[in-house]
Structures are given as structure tokens and as C-alpha cells.
Ligand binder design. Structure first.
Ligand SMILES: Cc1ncc(COP(=O)(O)O)c(C=O)c1O
Length: 362
């Protein structure tokens, strides 16, 4: 199906960020956004592009009370020839489908979703940065805005897409990567079996902020979550999946518990490592084994993977105020190769022999 979304252009275009090397993460938003409505019985309708600006919401809207919402995270990249491309957007659609199913929210057909993303990115394409390490973060999100206090799925939803020219989530935006310190959380949990851990919903993050606050006190960039039952096995990091390289085996937590977000970067990392002949395992790994490996020198690398994080190497794991070093605390070779390959494929400087890129045609 082809879609034609009406466009209302802003009469007050914002100044573009002056320095592409100081974009940070989601500090700037572009001039326009996509909005669409859903009504029970009618389906999705009135997709449109409008100026990015505050909008009114009825205070009794369901989302403000019971958090019936979901979001996605993806990026648009500028290739060396100036053309724009996405990275594995079909995986965002598939994950969104699972999230919506879990949250009793209406699915968006793949062609409609991709048409909406393409249209809004095209409208603000001149905001897409090209400095090394930069890209345009795309944040699609949906929420129930039916006026209702009943704890039942809403009958009306809004879907929106906003855009932010962005640098690296963790590191200084010089196009490179550097190691960070991560806080191992053994008191609070992120997600339990049967909960919403595998879905991309705001509540997973709101409930994690107490631990993020603790992490900041220990000068850590983010939280490494342990499993909810034994507080023993490593799961994932605040906004990314976690990989541990011990004795030449790269280990990441399995998705079977339903408590971990199935990262698109995670899947890409696994596929690349397999292609390169690196031993990679999706298996349970206890934090005690990680600490023991740090002490006996067999912990070769730890890194986070995610759309925002790309590949973020970790130099120190902090547990109750004590730092456990990862090898020599410098960026490891596997993390560096993964970053160079992934970011290279995403931005078109490395040939995409995986079929992952999605050129937008402009
Ligand atoms: C909790 C969590 N885990 C993992 C990821 C990584 O997922 P992806 O690689 O699809 O960005 C993210 C980011 O979206 C996240 O928020």
C-alpha cells in the first residue's frame, strides 16, 4: 500500500546545532514529527507530519496513570555519498509487534511504519549529521490516550515519531570509543520472568532509575542488571545488552527468561562473531565468575551493544564501591572490530554483505 501523509511545515525552523561534534544524545530535536491516531473499530488513521512542538493531553488519559505505552529506538545514517539509510528496520517492526502484543496495544503494519519513518526522516533530512560517530536517532512511540481510569487496554492511541541528531550515548563524541565504568546492581531488579522485560516499554526504565541514581554516585555510566530471582546471573545494561569475553569465548545472557530486551545490535554482534569464527555463547554467566575472571586475568573484554551505545567497551565493573578491572581497562580488539564494522556498515563506509542496510532513496 502507498501512503501519502499531509505535511504542516513549521513557521519557526530551529537553528541547527552549531557543532556536530558536540551533539550529545537526544539534546536537540528536529523541526517536525509524525503523528497518527488509532480508534477501536477504525484502526490507524490521520497519519501526518506536523511541527515538533508541545501538544495538549487530557489529564485523565490512560497512559499518564497506568503507563500503557511502548517505544522503539533506531537511527538514520548519512552515507559518504550523502544518501540516507536505516539499519535493520524490519527488526524494529518485529520487536514492536511483540511489545504491542504484550501491552494489549494495536500493531502497526510494517509498510505503514516504514512509510511513516521514511516520510518524517525525509522532511528533516538536512538535520542528519555527518561528523564521525554521529547519526539521527529516531524515536517512534505509542501511548493509550483514552480518557479512562479503568485498568483495561485503551480504545484510543496516538503514535508519534520524533527525531534527534545525535552523537554517542556514552563516550565523548569524537567518533571513537572509550571505556566506561558500569555499576553492578544487586539490590533492585529490572525485570522478572512473566513481566515486561523483553518488551520496550517505559515502565522498565522508570523502575530502573533508582539504580541509575546509585550508579551515578559511584561515578558509573550505567547499571548492569542481575537476574530477579537469585541476583546472581548477569542480564543486561540500562540501555544495552552486555557481552563478556572470557578465555576467548564471548558470552551474552540468553533471551529465554523473557527478562532481557532482544537487542538488534545484540543479534548483529552474534551474527558477526559467528561469521568471524569467534566462539560466542548465549548462556547464563554468574557475576561471581566475572569477578573471578577479572582477578585471575581471564576477563579479556566486556562491552555493551545497542542502537544508542553502538559498541561501548567497559573498563571497570563497580560492585559495592569496589572496582573490578576488565583486562588493562583499555578498548579490547573484539569491541573495536565490532564497532568499526557495525558503524561502518551503518554509515556505508564498510560494504554491507549481511543485507542489513535499508536505503531510503534520498
Ligand atoms: C534495556 C535495553 N537493552 C538492550 C538494548 C539494545 O537494543 P538495540 O540493539 O535494539 O538498540 C536497549 C536499547 O534499545 C535497551 O534499552
Amino acid at each position: 500500500m502507498s501512503y501519502n501523509f499531509p505535511v504542516t511545515r513549521t513557521t519557526h525552523p530551529k537553528p541547527r546545532p552549531e557543532d556536530e561534534t558536540k551533539l550529545g544524545f537526544a539534546r536537540f530535536f528536529t523541526d517536525h514529527m509524525f503523528v497518527m491516531e488509532y480508534d477501536e473499530g477504525q484502526g490507524w488513521h490521520d497519519g501526518r507530519i506536523v511541527p515538533h512542538e508541545p501538544f495538549l493531553i487530557e489529564p485523565a488519559s490512560a497512559v499518564l496513570h497506568y503507563a500503557q505505552m511502548m517505544f522503539e529506538g533506531m537511527k538514520a545514517y548519512r552515507r559518504p555519498d550523502g544518501k540516507i539509510q536505516l539499519f535493520r528496520p524490519d527488526r524494529n517492526v518485529a520487536r514492536m509487534k511483540n511489545t504491542c502484543e504484550r501491552m494489549c496495544m494495536p500493531e502497526i503494519p510494517e509498510d505503514l511504519f516504514l512509510a511513516a519513518v521514511t516520510a518524517v526522516v525525509k522532511e528533516d533530512a538536512d538535520w542528519i549529521p555527518s561528523a564521525p560517530g554521529t547519526s539521527m536517532y529516531i524515536r517512534p512511540f505509542m501511548f493509550g490516550d483514552e480518557v479512562s481510569f479503568s485498568v483495561l487496554p485503551a480504545k484510543h492511541y496516538k503514535f508519534m515519531i520524533i527525531l534527534s541528531p545525535t552523537g554517542s550515548y556514552y563516550a565523548a563524541n569524537d567518533g571513537g570509543i572509550t571505556t566506561t565504568r558500569i555499576f553492578v546492581e544487586d539490590e533492585y531488579i529490572r525485570a522478572a520472568p512473566g513481566g515486561t522485560g523483553y518488551a520496550k516499554v517505559g515502565g522498565n526504565y522508570g523502575g530502573g532509575m533508582r539504580a541509575s541514581e546509585k550508579a551515578m554516585q559511584y561515578d558509573c555510566k550505567d547499571v548492569l542488571w542481575l537476574d530477579a530471582i537469585e541476583h546472581k546471573y548477569v542480564e543486561e545494561i540500562g540501555t544495552s545488552n552486555a557481552f563478556f569475553r572470557i578465555n576467548d569465548e564471548v558470552i551474552t545472557a540468553p533471551l529465554t527468561s523473557g527478562t532481557i530486551l532482544p537487542g538488534i545490535t545484540r543479534d548483529s554482534v552474534i551474527q558477526l562473531l559467528k561469521k568471524w569464527g569467534v566462539k560466542v555463547s548465549e548462556r547464563k554467566l554468574s557475576i561471581d565468575d566475572v569477578f573471578a575472571a577479572s582477578k585471575d586475568g581471564s576477563l579479556q573484554e566486556v562491552f555493551a551493544s545497542g542502537t544508542a551505545a553502538v559498541i561501548s567497551p567497559i573498563g571497570w565493573l563497580n560492585f559495592k564501591g569496589e572496582d573490578y578491572e576488565v583486562a588493562d581497562t583499555k578498548v579490547g580488539p573484539i569491541a573495536q572490530k565490532l564497532y568499526d564494522t557495525l558503524y561502518g556498515i551503518q554509515t556505508g563506509t564498510v560494504e554491507d554483505d549481511m543485507g542489513w542496510t535499508y536505503p531510503l532513496g534520498f
